[in-house]
Design a protein around this ligand. Sequence first.
Ligand code: CA
Length: 331
Amino acid sequence: MKNLFSILLAIALFSSCKTIKPNESLASVKSENSNPTVPSNNPIIKDKYTGDPAALVYKDKVYLYAGHDEAPNDFNFYKMNEWLVYSSSDMVNWQEHPVPLKVTDFAWAKSDAWAAQVIERNGKFYWYVTVSHGTINGKAIGVAVSDSPTGPFKDALGKALVTNDMTTHTKIDWDDIDPTVHIDDDGQAYLFWGNTVCHYAKLKENMIELDGPIQTINLPNFTEAPWIHKHKDWYYLSYAYEFPEKIAYAMSKSINGPWEYKGILNEIAGNSNTNHQSIIDFKGVPYFIYHNGSTQPNGGSFRRSVCVDRLYYNSDGTMKRVIMTSEGIQK
Ligand code: CA
């Protein structure tokens, strides 16, 4: 029996070894040796440029909201006028829905459909967005509302929720961007946002008014893109670190801190100077969603593509460093 096993093993080893014949190109051998059964699922959206992902788990689906990089040939900055929404039941197959929200849906805004996040409360969906304000200098945060996670959404307030003049910790006029929202276990909602300075404030139960003062959090090398999430009994505040951006994070036992810095979570994303994470659990599996510039080698920072990879927690609650892959999530 042992001899038979040895013979079968030898046959298997022999058949797996392959010498390159003179008439075979290296490319064909390489291609043959790669695993064609594993598709490249990253980026997850290949027919449009998408940036600043924010995912919402609702019932048995994930809804992915992203900004749309229009990326005209002669434009070397962000050209973004609308947001997009996709849904998935398995994190592999994504369905696009009609455009749910545009800058022009906010009468007081003038441009820049920048980073945003949607949250559900009492059957309504609230979408916190970054835009440029039409009359108050600088960026601002607006909020839209819908009865459906796929919209259509409409301006919930008729004016900005946060304007540049409400926060004066830095002189820049783009410090009021990148809102992230969380409803704590006791029902209190919080909005975090910022560039250079990380701000946060309570939201009233109606989700369209701040409740109390705007506070700040000191985080090492905070650039922008805060994302607040809870996993088991820990709160996590991840954010873009330095520039070009890595993603770092801090942890706390309370959403009000104190926050303890825990290090780098994700390295610089290929060909993009931003990275912009969204972190969720879906059907018991943690995911790290981000963007890179992998689709377009020319000007990737403004021609971004959303990707998804697995996220892993250590037993002490810290997060393992993300490994960005071409394969992405496989069935
Ligand atoms: Ca400000």
